[in-house]
Structure formats: C-alpha cells, structure tokens
Design a binder for this molecule. Structure first.
Ligand SMILES: NC(=O)c1ccc[n+]([C@@H]2O[C@H](COP(=O)([O-])OP(=O)(O)OC[C@H]3O[C@@H](n4cnc5c(N)ncnc54)[C@H](OP(=O)(O)O)[C@@H]3O)[C@@H](O)[C@H]2O)c1
Length: 294
C-alpha cells in the first residue's frame, strides 16, 4: 500500500496518477481538507483521509489505524513558499521539521519512505558548478536550510531523499493553477509573459518528477539521496519559449527580463542559478539523456 502525505498538491496529484498507472497498489492519500479534493483525483483504489501533520493526536491515530499495513510512504506536506518561510520561520519549522520528525517516529511498518527535497539545499552554482548528491550543501535562505535539515533527519532515520529542481506542468488540481497554466493563459491571450533569462535550473516536468520517484520506489532503490533533474539547465525564459512552441504561439510573446529587475519582488534570497548533476539517476535507469518533457 502507498501512503501519500500532502497528496492534494501539484506534485502529489502527479504522484497519485503515476502510482495508479504503474502499479496495482491501493493508496491512502492525506490532505488537510478532503472536501477540496477534485473528482479527477478520486479513484476506487484511493482512500482520502483528513490529516494535518501538525496535529499530533491526529497523526498518532492515523499511524495507529494503518499500523499493521506494509506501507510505501511519500511525504510531501511542507510549508514551502520561500518568502513565507522567511517571514514565518517558526510556523515553517513546526511543519517542515517538528511534524516531519514526529511522523517518522510514529509510523510503523514502513517498507519505503521518500522525502522530496529541493535544489535549494545546494545554493548558488558559482562558475557553472554542477551539484552532485554528495556535494556540501550551502542553502541561501531559510527554506533551503530547513530542507537540508529535513533531509538529514530522513536519512538518519534510514530513509530516502530525492532532490528536485523547479518543476513545471499543468495543474491537475481543479482549485489551483500552476505557473505553467498562467504562462499558457498569458501567451494564448496575447498579453505575453516576462520571464527571467539569467537564472538557471535543471528543470523537469511534474510528470517526470513523479514517474522517476515511483520507479525508484518500485525498484526498491536505497540510495540515500538522488537528484531527479534534466541534463540541461534552463532559464524560465527558455521554458517559456518551449511552452510557446508547444502551444503554437508567437515566441516573441515571451519577453526576457533580468533577475535584477525583480528587486523587491522576493523577500527571501534566491540562488541565481542552481545546476544539478543527474548521472546517478541516469545510471540507475540506464538512460543516456533526460530532457524536459512538457
Ligand atoms: N513544485 C516544485 O517545483 C518543487 C520542487 C522541489 C521540491 N518540492 C517539494 O515537493 C513537495 C510538494 O510540493 P508541491 O509543489 O506539490 O506543493 P503544494 O502543491 O503546495 O503541495 C504541498 C502539500 O502539502 C500539504 N500540507 C501543507 N501543510 C500541511 C499540513 N500541516 N498537514 C498536511 N498537509 C499539509 C498541502 O496541503 P493543503 O492543500 O491542505 O494546503 C499541499 O497538499 C514540497 O515538500 C516541496 O518542497 C517541490
């Protein structure tokens, strides 16, 4: 059985689809308010449960209810907007560190536990540095620091971490649009979109992110940390151009802007570029290349 904590989010919804496509397993999917789960995420193999991971009584009774079942867990619940984490570090700590640690210690009968982390743990790719899994972490903001600590907690417990770059793709959630959907809307309406051309990430799609993760779990991979990213570092402008090509609109609607023009938009510092090495992932799946597929 799979157990997805924080399942009604962008990545969670793709992971649910991937589990349904790739396995015959049942899924217990948790979120804070199951009345907000759209019909597209309902399936006879999925049982939806209300669970706030900061409510320790609720976590205890949830863990007790599923005590005897063998579980593969993907833990997605997070307070993860870098600007909000910077403003509310204690609230973020409760969710990202205290609740994670409590859950790890409360749940029994776990055959796999995967924690999706972020390229934000690496910090800046100075002089084009390409970060490998065992490179020293050097996060530039509180979100990245909490992710780095959460990874250590998960690894110390004996479980697995995957690190993702910026993920993109259409939202599968009826109530929440993704940045991808806003780009498509702005390009289709003719308004166009300003996008950073001087900040790079090893971007992949939500579908790829979910599929590689479920494949790792199904094969029983036990590497402590795996980067799940593409071969090519792309700016958001590059991604905009790819999307314009995909939906068949004039590429000049995507307008290049510089990060320095964003002064005042962000509260938390961002690494200007973070480039990830994906050789481990490619060696696990015997792949020659991994490119963004949207
Ligand atoms: N998207 C990316 O580009 C990216 C890249 C790297 C890593 N990640 C990591 O992937 C994970 C999922 O990200 P996402 O993009 O899918 O974000 P998302 O759409 O915001 O999903 C996060 C989920 O966590 C749930 N959650 C938050 N606090 C909770 C709590 N106290 N109890 C239970 N559930 C709670 C949210 O539930 P509610 O619906 O109830 O708010 C939501 O369903 C995060 O850990 C994030 O750091 C994402």
């Amino acid at each position: 059985m799979y157990c997805i904590i924080g399942a009604n989010g962008f990545l969670g919804s793709y992971i649910l689809k991937s589990i349904l496509n790739k396995t015959q397993e049942r899924v217990v999917a948790c979120c804070r308010d199951i009345s907000l789960v759209g019909d597209t995420l309902k399936d006879k193999r999925i049982t939806w449960k209300n669970l706030d991971i900061c409510d320790f009584d609720a976590v205890n009774s949830f863990c007790n209810e599923y005590k005897s079942e063998d579980k593969k867990i993907v833990y997605l619940a997070a307070y993860h907007n870098p600007d909000l984490v910077e403003k509310n570090p204690r609230i973020a700590w409760n969710t990202n560190i205290t609740a994670l640690s409590f859950f790890l210690n409360a749940m029994e009968n776990v055959s796999a536990f995967y924690y999706p982390s972020s390229d934000s743990v690496y910090g800046n790719s100075i002089d084009g540095k390409v970060f490998k899994e065992d490179d020293k972490t050097n996060p530039v903001n509180t979100y990245g620091k909490q992710k780095a600590l959460a990874e250590k907690i998960v690894n110390t417990y004996g479980y697995q971490v995957v690190r993702y770059p910026f993920l993109i793709g259409t939202s599968l959630l009826s109530a929440k649009k993704h940045f991808y959907d806003s780009i498509v809307d702005n390009l289709k309406s003719g308004d166009g979109m300003d996008m950073f051309s001087d900040s790079y990430r090893s971007t992949i799609s939500f579908r790829q992110a979910a599929d590689y993760l479920v494949d790792l779990i199904e094969m029983g991979d036990k590497h402590p940390v795996v980067n799940i990213s593409s071969d090519k570092a792309l700016s958001k402008y590059d991604v905009g151009i790819i999307i314009a090509g995909k939906i068949g609109v004039d590429k000049s609607l995507v307008r290049a802007i510089k990060v320095e023009d964003s002064e005042g938009i962000f509260v938390a510092k961002r690494a200007s570029s973070t480039i990830m090495d994906n050789k481990l992932l490619k060696s696990i799946f015997k792949l020659d290349e991994i490119n963004l597929e949207i």
